[in-house]
Design a protein. Structure first.
Length: 285
């Protein structure tokens, strides 16, 4: 069921923002952004994110060298991390990190000489990160790592459907709108939190989706497997399994994040870093 026990319940409310700020144009914010993703520095979602944030301020790119999708919050503490600095269109000079999205944030915020940004933004992920996806997502892990290190952050993802291709230009405009909203003083979260934002599978310039605030679903995915191959060996056999679950068939209930995105709304969920069970008995030390 949906988790309705969040610490920021005052921020969970519906907003009707059909034309804000798409028709009026984005507000000039002049912030310093650090951006990353989990799909690699050459992914179209990262370029779309850069185009969305460039009108709002300075944008620094620190991104993985290769795809780390659905690899969670992995970090490297046991071997040197290679960082390549070079020009890449459309960004200009960027830092390409041969490690995870979380390590990109560690490098971007903690490497010698690193300049602290006003905001970290991870995405745009081609695929939703709703509900329990946050435990698997490299995109969410980057935003979480930033929150751990005390820098406000957002994770941005877009629900993918086979019958709707991604219009990155239109999506970039929606990103400008939501980032302008969530970086405002009214919606900036306390330390120890980050925003998880998901866009529906529509990118309509003429009719921008509503923005709503909702809780995180904790219902499990439709997890199923099918045999891909059976390979005999000397001691028996090795079975290859292929994931066969359908994202659209996952559980959803009430007014949590999954339901809103499936109903074609942009949904923003405030995520708390604290995972201590709120009602469990914990001995005081």
């Amino acid at each position: 069921m949906c988790n309705n026990d969040g610490t920021r319940t005052s921020r969970i409310r519906n907003l009707k923002l059909h034309h804000h700020p798409t028709t009026a144009g984005p507000q000039k914010i002049t912030m310093k952004f650090l951006i990353t993703n989990d799909d690699g520095f050459d992914a179209p979602g990262l370029a779309a994110l850069y185009e969305a944030l460039a009108p709002l301020g300075e944008v620094r790119v620190v991104a993985p060298a290769v795809c780390h999708s659905a690899k969670g919050h992995a970090v490297n503490t046991h071997s040197p991390i290679r960082i390549e600095r070079r020009e890449v269109a459309p960004f200009g000079p960027i830092e390409i990190v041969e490690s995870s999205p979380a390590d990109c944030i560690r490098v971007g915020l903690c490497a010698p000489g690193a300049e602290r940004p006003d905001f970290v933004v991870a995405g745009i992920n081609p695929g939703a990160n709703l509900g329990v996806d946050l435990f698997y997502s490299g995109t969410a892990a980057a935003a979480r790592e930033s929150a751990i290190l005390g820098v406000p952050s957002l994770a941005l993802s877009r629900y993918i459907r086979a019958d709707h291709s991604v219009n990155w230009t239109a999506l970039s405009q929606h990103v400008t709108r939501i980032v302008s909203l969530l970086t405002s003083d009214e919606h900036r979260l306390d330390t120890g939190h980050f925003w998880n934002v998901n866009f529906p599978a529509i990118d309509d310039d003429a009719h921008p989706p509503d923005i709503t605030f909702a809780t995180q679903s904790l219902l499990a995915h439709d997890i199923r497997f099918r045999p891909a191959a059976i390979q005999p060996d000397g001691n028996g056999s090795v079975t290859m399994l292929e994931y066969a679950g359908e994202y659209k068939s996952r559980g959803k209930t009430g007014t949590c994040d999954v339901s809103h995105v499936f109903e074609n709304r942009i949904v923003a969920t405030p995520i708390d870093l604290c995972t201590t069970a709120k009602h469990a008995s914990v001995a005081k030390s």
